[in-house]
Design a protein around this ligand. Sequence first.
Ligand SMILES: Cc1cc2nc3c(=O)[nH]c(=O)nc-3n(C[C@H](O)[C@H](O)[C@H](O)COP(=O)(O)OP(=O)(O)OC[C@H]3O[C@@H](n4cnc5c(N)ncnc54)[C@H](O)[C@@H]3O)c2cc1C
Length: 335
Amino acid sequence: MEKILLLLHTEPDGSLARPALEAVTAAQALAPHRLTIGLIGASVDTGAAQAAGCSTRILAVTGEPFAQSRYATDAAAAEALCRAAEAELVLAPSTARWSRVLPGVALRLNGRIDTHATALARQNGVPAVTRWFYRQRIEAVLTRAQRPWFILLDPGCCAPYPGAPGAAQIETVVVETPACRTAVTGIQAPPAGEQTIRPDAKLLFVAGAGWTKKQSDGAVHAAEAEQLILGFLHASQGSLGGSKSLVDQSGEGEAVLKCMTHLNQVGQTGSTPRHPKGLSTCCHGEEPHTVGWRFVTERRAINLDPSCGWARGKADVLYVADAFQVLRELIAILR
Ligand SMILES: Cc1cc2nc3c(=O)[nH]c(=O)nc-3n(C[C@H](O)[C@H](O)[C@H](O)COP(=O)(O)OP(=O)(O)OC[C@H]3O[C@@H](n4cnc5c(N)ncnc54)[C@H](O)[C@@H]3O)c2cc1C
């Protein structure tokens, strides 16, 4: 069997976050209990203990220079771990940190890389990767002869590895800190409560252009729409998605929802998020939009139009109703 290395970076407290534990589960499909794990971080003891039950060998590059995401240090550490493990197959979760650095590491080692893998398995004894092409319309299973083969695993496709923490023996790999032009001085991010895109949320809440259209009284109610959408998100802790028509409106000088940007857009030219449930409101449910719902397990929609796109097999349940009224009720119940 080929040598398989799973690269993981630890969090500031030394533990493994959910995407890392999901990658452990995915890697088990190829190498049950025969996995080498390569850890990077300021400290890795907690993370090593979390993964101890599924690995035969744990390698680590540790120390302050490897605490922060930075191309030069991460690439040097990953390259050293791949060489120490003599890895033929290198797996890693698609975190921003690994996505940035691993294509370059694959080049250094004369390997190849595939991204956005959703599953790993063996086909006729050789490793095979499942991924989607053409904006999630075609699912393919592919293999490669080139080694080392690097594979980035999309988050949200596997359950996190549930193993109980165990005693881990860590082999330290010494890496000379490369010349760095980048000093990481800190992270600036909005408080979690103000974020509207929450990839881990149980619910995807989608707002469509209907929220900014004239309503039954002949008037537009964009301010109330924004209040209701944010009120519902606050109460449900859902993640906010939008249709293209809605997020494009700011450029057209129409009534806009300030909480919406192009980052919220779901669909063919937007994102394809993974959530267990989705609720669409004031959105027609056309194919270029609903193709972004490919990985939403249970889908519901609220629309005034009983023959909207959602009614044609795109949603499990369509509520033919006024979304303004439904959201007012829902918020009252949730509060
Ligand atoms: C190449 C291409 C790529 C595209 N990519 C994307 C993409 O990535 N994402 C995307 O979203 N679109 C995409 N589109 C556009 C897509 O085809 C639709 O035009 C768009 O999704 C429509 O947005 P909407 O449903 O919000 O707006 P509309 O079609 O205007 O629908 C508004 C809906 O709101 C309902 N409504 C109004 N008031 C209420 C109320 N009070 N209560 C309940 N319902 C109400 C109406 O009945 C209506 O169905 C793409 C199109 C093309 C050609």
